[in-house]
Design a protein around this ligand. Structure first.
Ligand code: ATP
Length: 468
């Protein structure tokens, strides 16, 4: 179990899951690269999400919209004017802070409060004898809170040295705007009609004031979002349905109920009429934290885009002849944050009967980066290595398989335990020579550590049956 975010970060780097970005140049704060196992894990989580949000549902389709969008998109959505966080600087050590997060340490929930109200809370606290401090250096010399825009700007097709408001394009701050802009295209080109959903997985960018919690909060990240378009009368029912559906998704993939809860937002974002978060209790952060947002967005986005573009984004129900602008129920989670939650939940240090310990990632087998590892018992016996290579060649067709002949067998088991590989297959002398056991191998289970002897011919079926 990870008891701090630094421990999980150093584990993730050591084991080939996540590396700090641009490390040889001293890192780029709030940006991370994914290593071999991290990339596979991220891919598996994404596929699990698409499976349950799209494949398993008649009423949801998938798109992949561009990161760059027409700049007016972000004016219409309210992001240019309203997508900001309250920033406070320490005059002493120059550290930057998010005022609402700073105030959490004083038992105050200032989430989404306007700047004036935040400054008033800080002044009231001072009057009552509590002066807020910089959590880095302890100084009480802090600036007043001010607005800090989270939008990341770039430019296209214009000189790169002038970033004026005329040529600015934004890196999208949420993937859902690409869904709204394609709402009509999807409606006109696929079989769906309200009530229906559009799902998307893709990168989003936010100029976060602070990004100190590893991949929990980064400036470049991936979102898995679904926008469900329905008649206003259906919103309540659909909101409740997705609230439960999404909670069950985390449980289905191994997060226990007691580590999950809902948090109801009282202060809402500019677009939302109802908002709950799904929170996970991170061992590494010592508390429940948001992993997914569930929002009833009304018809805010479609209406705004109609207002700014002139395009009609409504729906004429052929059965009732009613014309209306669909209301939206949104489910939105951060792929990287969810990946962090799955690692945080699955990592265990176990005491073994012989007095030793082992670190193991007991992650759902569907999410495990590598499904099976194949070992020759000894590296220096060509017959064993050849046979193990044959087994590897068979399995790699159907499973993400790793071949390992480094170190002794115990070390190889430990290495696979640490990255969460559900099964290890060992080719030993019995496989080659024993009359009865010829062409059988041992299969060792990550969770029980028990071994079974299985015929090589039956391996493929055994693994398919035992990998959920
Ligand atoms: P927070 O309050 O943590 O800043 P938010 O409420 O602004 O997040 P949303 O805009 O609702 O987040 O985004 C939906 C989801 O996207 C969040 O639940 C989270 O999983 C993910 N997410 C948002 N910002 C980041 C980020 N900077 N890094 C990683 N994931 C993020």
């Amino acid at each position: 179990m990870f008891t701090s975010i630094d421990k999980i970060a150093s584990w993730a780097k050591d084991k080939g899951f996540i590396y700090p970005s641009s490390e040889i140049y001293g890192k780029l704060a709030g940006v991370y690269d994914y290593g071999y196992y991290g990339t596979l894990l991220k891919e598996n989580i994404k596929n699990a999400w698409v499976k349950d949000m799209v494949q398993a549902r008649k009423d949801i389709v998938l798109i992949d919209s561009a990161i760059f969008m027409h700049p007016t998109t972000w004016k219409a959505s309210g992001h240019v004017d309203n997508f900001d966080d309250p920033q406070i600087d320490c005059k002493h050590c120059k550290a930057r802070h998010r005022a609402d997060i700073l105030l959490e340490d004083y038992g105050i929930n200032a989430d989404k409060l306007p700047i004036d109200e935040i400054n008033k809370i800080i002044a009231d606290l001072k009057e009552k004898g509590t002066t807020i401090k910089c959590p880095i250096c302890g100084s009480t010399e802090l600036t007043p809170a001010k607005k800090f825009s989270l939008m990341v700007k770039s430019n296209l097709g214009a000189p790169t040295d002038v970033l004026s408001e005329d040529n600015v394009v934004y890196l999208r701050a949420e993937t859902c705007q690409g869904i709204y802009l394609n709402y009509k295209n999807v409606l006109n080109s696929t079989r769906v009609a309200p009530p229906f959903g559009i799902a998307q997985v893709g990168k989003a960018f936010r100029n976060e004031i602070i990004a100190r919690q590893f991949v929990f909060r980064t400036r470049e990240f991936e979102q898995m979002e679904m926008q469900y378009f329905c008649h206003p009368d259906l919103v309540k029912e659909k909101y409740e349905e997705f609230k439960e559906y999404r909670m069950n998704w985390y449980k289905k993939y191994g997060i226990p109920s007691e580590s999950l809860r809902y948090y109801k937002h009282l202060k809402l974002a500019h677009y939302a009429s109802e908002a709950y978060d799904i929170e996970y209790k991170f061992n590494s952060l010592g508390d429940f934290k948001e992993i997914e947002g569930l929002h009833a967005r009304g018809n805010w986005d479609l209406s705004q885009h109609t207002k700014f573009s002139g395009a009609k984004l409504d729906y004429l129900d052929p059965k009732t002849n009613e014309r209306y602008t669909p209301n939206v129920v949104e489910t939105s989670c951060g792929l990287n944050r969810v990946l962090l939650a799955f690692i945080d939940n699955a990592h265990k240090t176990e005491n073994l009967e012989d007095g030793s310990t082992r670190d193991v990632l007991k992650i759902d087998t569907r999410l495990a980066p590598i499904k099976v590892a194949v070992f020759p018992l000894l590296k220096n016996k060509p017959d064993l290595v050849n046979k193990a290579t044959q087994v590897y060649d068979i399995l790699k067709e159907d499973f993400m398989t790793e071949f390992d002949d480094n170190g002794n067998i115990g070390k190889r088991y430990r290495r696979q335990d640490e990255i969460g590989t559900p099964f290890c297959v060992t080719v030993d002398f019995e496989t080659l020579e024993n009359e009865e056991l010829k062409n059988t191998v041992t299969v060792r289970n990550r969770d029980t550590m028990k071994q079974e002897r299985i015929s090589i011919d039956a391996l493929d079926k055994y693994l398919k049956d035992n990998l959920k």
